[in-house]
Design a protein around this ligand. Structure first.
Ligand code: MG
Length: 247
């Protein structure tokens, strides 16, 4: 875990606020009969107009500014003019913004129009997993306490936790040490230190935990084609507690 100075923390707060604003803006666009590429174009413009840089664009060759993952897609969906939202879908939108060299990263799963109670509960519990997790995130404790709390909450509700993808340290780079799994034992992981930032991002499946990668080399889908939800925030950990930078 990399400790940040107070001036770096100020920049992380600003990057987080821009990320939050972009995600809130994305939410206003969601409705049936629009393409995921339309959302990408609009959010890209919003981020740039706000003084940020869309960090996903060109990241390891990723071709868009946001990830749009519909229904059984867990994460990393490439926005496309051919993916048209319809009533009853759920869409996970993941946004990353760089501000003066510092990164914010956040994701939410949104309903498209009216969705089934089953999908609605999945979205709600995935969000709860994040908040259950951060109750156990504390300076001097093992990071595994957070990971374990997320897994316990998901599985208590009959869901499963994706293992192949995890949260991460964040700061000058989007993906930094340590890994932040959404599963594991309380005794796992590093000891949490103060003035560090993490992107915590439960990816929770309605069915089985197994996932596969699409032929495009990006999209991750559930193998049983059941829906998946994602909820991510960038957080700052200080000796006074956890501050959510993207909410
Ligand atoms: Mg992330």
């Amino acid at each position: 875990m990399i400790q940040l100075t107070q001036s770096e923390i100020a920049l992380m707060r600003k990057a987080g606020a821009l990320t939050r604003d972009a995600l809130n803006y994305a939410e206003t666009l969601i409705k049936p009969n629009i393409s995921t590429l339309y959302i990408d174009n609009m959010v890209k413009k919003f981020i740039i107009d706000s003084g940020g840089i869309p960090s996903f664009l060109g990241y390891e060759g990723f071709p868009a500014s946001i990830c749009t993952s519909v229904n059984e897609m867990v994460v990393h969906g490439i926005p496309s003019k051919d993916v048209i939202l319809k009533e009853g879908d759920i869409i996970s939108i993941d946004v990353g913004v760089i501000y003066k060299g510092y990164n914010g990263d956040a994701a939410r799963t949104f309903p498209v129009g009216k969705i089934s109670p089953e999908k609605s509960k999945l979205i709600q519990v995935t969000r709860e997993c994040f908040f259950e997790g951060i109750k156990h995130l504390q300076v001097g404790e093992r990071l595994g306490k957070l990971s374990n709390a997320i897994q316990v909450h998901a599985e208590k509700n009959g869901y499963s936790v994706v293992r192949e993808l995890v949260g991460h340290g964040i700061g000058k780079k989007m993906h930094m040490s340590p890994n932040v799994p959404n599963y594991g034992k309380e005794t796992d992981g590093p000891i949490v230190i103060e003035n560090t930032c993490l992107a915590i991002e439960p990816m929770i499946n309605l069915g089985k935990r197994d996932v596969a990668m699409l032929e495009d080399g990006w999209g991750i889908v559930t193998r049983d084609h059941k829906p998946s939800a994602h909820y991510e925030n960038t957080v700052l950990i200080t000796k006074n507690g956890v501050e959510i930078l993207t909410l």
